[in-house]
Design a protein around this ligand. Structure first.
Ligand code: NOJ
Length: 547
């Protein structure tokens, strides 16, 4: 039963949506086996609705040996039994839709698990029709210009398979052989997978790792024209199945290259703004808006019907691929002083520990996330300021069980042993930090976030308005207008720990503050406490007055 509408008077649903990424395994365990599951998530849907979530993004839910937490799929048209059944998934869709929420899940186009029957058949027999589903080489010398992504683990994008007698190509772990998109049968197989889930009623996909679908000698094997042609075809197919379905793409690229993933509005509806994310942290570290300002100046206009996805943290390391080596060094020194906090070209920490659990810093980061551009994506647990465990392998330290209450296993599970240890330290441990206690506290991060998300929802220009950065003599101030045909909004953020006074040239506009707080504003002169911020609605159009 669908009760969702495609577009609001202001625009398309995803241009106004708040997304919430969750690891099903970590969310809520309904059958006491130590793993979160679909029936468990269904029990928590009211919590997500009350937070103000419009669309859930589930990390991969398919059968998988889980060498990469499900991003290594061994059966695209099923649910990992540890999570439940296809019927459970249909129930999740119905129950979410009934609450006005949509559901998307990761679709991994680029590679399968080595355990996938296609790969097993391919490696066992050169004459198998599946041999050409993958990319093989006798020498493992081709495509030397393609970078290695998991630099801490892999030394080559080629691995020799003794059974196959050849090398196979993989952009990620060697347990994730890349599919050969030059093979029309592979292209069709992925359309069939999309159709399977769209027929079930899914609302779209988070398209994993799209830049790497094709390989060509003498190139970086990223963002190739062939990839864009296929994504166009994929979009047309998805749209024919369900015109309302969303493709949220994970092209971790510079803005100029990302622009290509939107095509003429005929490829991906959304793409994460990867370069913006680290610059929010960099600006906070430097108490200067310049890094944000510079990347926004480099951010292209999008075709109509498209939208940026913004985020502070996700299930991966905080990637520093889209910054210069100097900035990467600075960010590592500032935010990841211990080697164990670093992974590949990034930082494996959660939001609250990154910001030293300082409420003002965590809140201003959300103020920017919710107002700057695009549609925000929250990462499960960050709404209560959960901590991490850097001693777990890979990225597992930011994927620990959700902390629901102070009881047995944080209220996550009644099992004796869990898929991962709980966070139990003094600051971030579940006895102190959990949903139940924050629900009771009117000043908690959780209740504050519910409030600001409500405020954002009441002001649609934060979703679809144009963005105009306002000049300000004070470099610590990030101020901008968001404007659509109905309203003009202003957000002011003090990126420094010290209180600041500053002027904005808004002349005659009269400002109505939208948030509680200690802002003082009179005749274009503002005063904000350290890491303070305020959002305003403007009652007259200031366009002509802003230089
Ligand atoms: C991107 C995903 O976010 C990451 O978790 C995964 O390891 C790689 N793609 C490979 O699928």
């Amino acid at each position: 039963m669908k009760t969702l509408s495609t577009s609001s008077p202001q625009g398309l649903w995803y241009q106004h949506a708040v997304f919430y990424e969750l690891n099903l395994r970590a969310f809520y365990d309904s059958n006491a086996d130590g793993h979160g599951d679909l029936p468990g998530l269904i029990q928590k849907l009211d919590y997500l609705r009350d937070l103000g979530v419009d669309c859930l993004w589930l990390m991969p839910i398919y059968p998988s040996p889980r060498h990469d937490d499900g991003y290594d799929i061994s059966d695209y048209c099923n649910i990992d039994p540890v999570f439940g059944t296809l019927d459970d998934f249909k129930r999740l869709l119905d129950e979410s839709h009934r609450r006005g929420m949509r559901v998307i899940t990761d679709l991994v186009l680029n590679h399968t698990s080595e355990q996938h029957p296609w790969f097993q058949a391919a490696r066992a027999d050169r004459n198998s029709p599946f041999r050409d589903f993958y990319v093989w080489s006798d020498t493992g010398q081709e495509y030397q210009d393609a970078r290695i992504i998991f630099v801490d683990t892999e030394t080559s994008n080629w691995t020799f398979d003794p059974l196959a007698g050849q090398y196979f190509w993989h952009r990620f772990y060697k347990s994730q052989p890349d599919l050969n998109f030059d093979n029309p049968a592979v292209q069709q197989a992925m359309l069939d997978v999309a159709k399977f889930w769209l027929d079930l009623g899914i609302d779209g996909f988070r398209v994993d790792a799209p830049p790497y679908l094709f390989e060509r000698e003498g190139t970086s094997c990223e963002n190739l024209p062939e990839t864009h042609s296929y994504l166009k075809k994929f979009r047309a197919f998805v749209e024919a199945c369900n015109p309302d379905a969303l493709l949220l793409s994970e092209a971790n690229q510079w803005p100029e290259d990302v622009r290509e993933y939107f095509g003429d509005g005929d490829q991906m509806h959304m793409n994460f703004h990867f370069p913006l994310m680290p610059r929010i942290f960099q600006s906070l570290a430097l108490a200067e808006r310049a890094p944000i300002e510079e990347i926004l100046a480099r951010t292209p206009e999008l075709p109509s019907g498209c939208q940026w996805a913004t985020f502070l943290r996700c299930h991966d390391e905080l990637t520093l691929e889209m910054v210069t080596p100097e900035v990467r060094r600075f960010m590592w020194d500032f935010y990841a002083p211990e080697p164990r906090m670093r992974l590949n070209r990034g930082i494996r920490r959660r939001l609250a520990p990154l910001l030293e659990n300082e409420p003002a810093r965590i809140r201003i980061a959300h103020s920017i996330l919710l107002t700057l551009i695009g549609s925000p994506t929250l990462y499960y647990g960050d709404e209560i300021g959960m901590g991490d465990n850097i001693w777990l392998e890979d990225r597992n330290g930011v994927r620990t069980p959700m902390q629901w209450n102070s009881g047995l296993n944080a209220g996550f599970s009644a099992a004796e042993s869990l898929y991962a240890p709980l966070i139990a330290d003094e600051t971030y441990g579940y006895p102190r930090l959990n949903v139940a206690s924050q629900e009771k506290d009117p000043h908690s991060l959780l209740n504050w976030l519910r409030g600001v998300i409500r405020t954002r929802r009441l002001h649609p220009a934060f979703g679809d308005g144009t963005l105009r950065l306002l000049p300000c003599e004070n470099p610590a101030i990030l101020a901008y207008l968001r404007q659509n045909s109905d309203q003009t909004l202003l957000a002011v953020n003090n990126l420094s720990a010290d209180s600041q006074t500053f002027r904005l040239d808004l002349a005659a506009a009269s400002l109505t503050p939208l948030l509680e707080g200690e802002t003082i504003q009179e005749d274009g002169s503002f005063s904000l406490p350290g890491y303070g911020f305020q959002w305003y609605e403007l009652s007259s159009n200031p366009e002509s007055k802003v230089s």
